[in-house]
Design a protein around this ligand. Structure first.
Ligand code: GDP
Length: 450
């Protein structure tokens, strides 16, 4: 298998520049075959270099390019790497890619550059996953969390736990191997303290998953209320354009309509619903059923009501029947027509905001509420567990250490087995002991060229 890989690192679309990336033991050789330098050269005698030249197909010039090169190990992948900035014409970029393949490189697979960086010890697995998350992040908070993970904030905490676990199990290992020697026995009180310390570090990280998941994946948010309350108008106001059809004919929105927005840097996955009401219309009834299904999954409900009209018994009953697990923000809409409702009409509401979907009044106050209602306090060091794989690995580490706490009065070999299980779970998380299949799965979720 040829280890020198090439891919376009930028989109195949007209743009100012398009960057082709080459990495591997023969990256400089391939580049030299394809390039003619006018000034500067490849970083063969220094860690990195910038040069200017032409990309050639035999005697024919394909493009004038800037060439950044990085000599191993001073590159992202840890291997010799060349990045060629071409003009961003898709047709030209395709020709350039073919040329580099003809000169000896192989088209890279998805995530192969980052996989190489992982295999060369440039990044651990959580840091590499942070890179993919940063590319995919679609809100400020998600980007901040991904950047922190990419920079190794989570890895640092995991390394601390790893070290504490190693210190715990090394004496046990010595004791199991040499039971007649005096070495290695940890006094029971100290053993107990150390186990509890490791457990509490793991539990702190586990507790951050609730926020991390919401920040990365967004908050499942449902806009619900009586027909004509202004749900679609609120949805349109939030997303900033006319996505849902607005009329004064009740039952216009028959199906659920989905969009994502960010409020105070937090992603909300919005669903505008058909409203909750009794109907004989079969199609409308399907819409109401979908509304109920969306409500059952919701983490946040924006309950829109016509604030200019009095509460009806049906509306009060529907509000009272909303799922208890979701946070509820009541939007007293149509404030431009006057508000004739009282807060006591909405028992169980987490917040009540007066708005007008027509004028936009009150939406500033709404902006900070979802983050305030749905996110916990950040951890001391601000690290977040955002990924289900990380959460599951840490759950296994926690289970193993919980068993160890129960088993601490048993023979050292029992305790050792629990400690090793915990260590293996952390190793799977950071990539130290992860299987080839898991690594392949993780990098297959990356884009080509990263
Ligand atoms: P939905 O059935 O709950 O989705 O309600 P719509 O968004 O379709 O709105 C129903 C009617 O109320 C339309 O005629 C809207 O123009 C009107 N409407 C919505 N929001 C406001 C508002 O804030 N003020 C006023 N005056 N009318 C509104």
């Amino acid at each position: 298998m040829n280890h020198t890989i090439v891919a376009l690192a930028t989109p195949f679309a007209p743009s100012a520049i398009g960057v082709l990336r080459l990495s591997g033991p023969e990256a400089f050789l391939v580049a030299k075959k394809a390039l003619h330098f006018f000034s500067g050269a490849l970083a063969e005698d220094c860690p990195r270099a910038l040069a200017y030249g032409a990309l050639m197909d035999g005697d024919r010039e394909l493009d004038r390019v800037i060439v950044a090169s990085f000599r191993a190990p001073h590159s992202y992948t840890g291997e010799d790497t060349v990045e060629i900035s071409c003009h961003g014409n898709p047709f030209l970029l395709q020709q350039a890619l073919c040329r580099l393949i003809a000169c000896g490189a192989r088209q890279a697979e998805r995530g192969e550059f980052t996989k190489q960086a992982f295999l060369n010890g440039k990044l651990d697995l959580t840091e590499a996953e942070g890179v993919a998350d940063l590319i995919a992040a679609d809100s400020q908070r998600a980007a901040d969390a991904a950047l922190a993970q990419m920079k190794g904030q989570l890895s640092a905490r995991l390394e601390e736990i790893n070290t504490a676990l190693l210190e715990l199990i090394s004496p046990l290992l010595a004791y199991v191997d040499y039971p007649d020697d005096e070495i290695g026995e940890i006094p029971p009180e100290e053993l107990s303290l150390r186990l509890e310390d490791c457990l509490s570090r793991i539990r702190k990280l586990l507790a951050s998953y609730s926020d991390g998941r919401k920040i990365r994946d967004g908050i499942a948010t449902v806009i619900a209320g009586r027909p004509n309350a202004g749900k679609s108008s609120v949805m349109n106001r939030l997303i900033g354009y006319e996505r849902s059809i607005v009329t004064d004919i009740p039952g216009t929105t028959r199906d659920t309509v989905e969009e994502t927005i960010t409020l105070s840097g937090l992603k909300l996955c919005l669903t505008d619903t058909a409203g909750l009401h009794q109907t004989d219309d079969h199609v409308e009834q399907l819409g109401v059923d979908r509304t109920r299904a969306a409500l059952a999954r919701a983490e946040l409900i924006l309950w829109v009501c016509d604030g200019a009209a009095a509460t009806t018994p049906e509306e009060a009953a529907e509000f009272a029947a909303l799922p208890s697990g979701a946070k509820k923000i009541v939007l007293l809409n149509k404030s431009d027509l006057g508000i004739f409702r009282q807060t006591k009409e909405f028992p169980g509401a987490n917040a009540i905001v007066t708005v007008s979907a027509i004028t936009g009044d009150g939406f500033d106050q709404l902006a900070s509420l979802p983050a305030r209602l749905l996110l916990d306090k950040p951890t001391e060091n601000g690290e977040l567990l955002c990924d289900l794989r990380h959460y599951q690995c840490l759950c296994r580490a926690e289970e193993a250490l919980t068993r160890a706490v129960k088993n601490q009065r048993m023979t050292p070999d029992v305790l050792l087995a629990d400690g090793e299980d915990a260590l293996a779970a952390i190793g799977e998380l950071t990539g130290k002991t992860v299987s080839e299949q898991i690594v392949t799965d993780i990098f297959s979720r990356f884009c080509v060229g990263k």
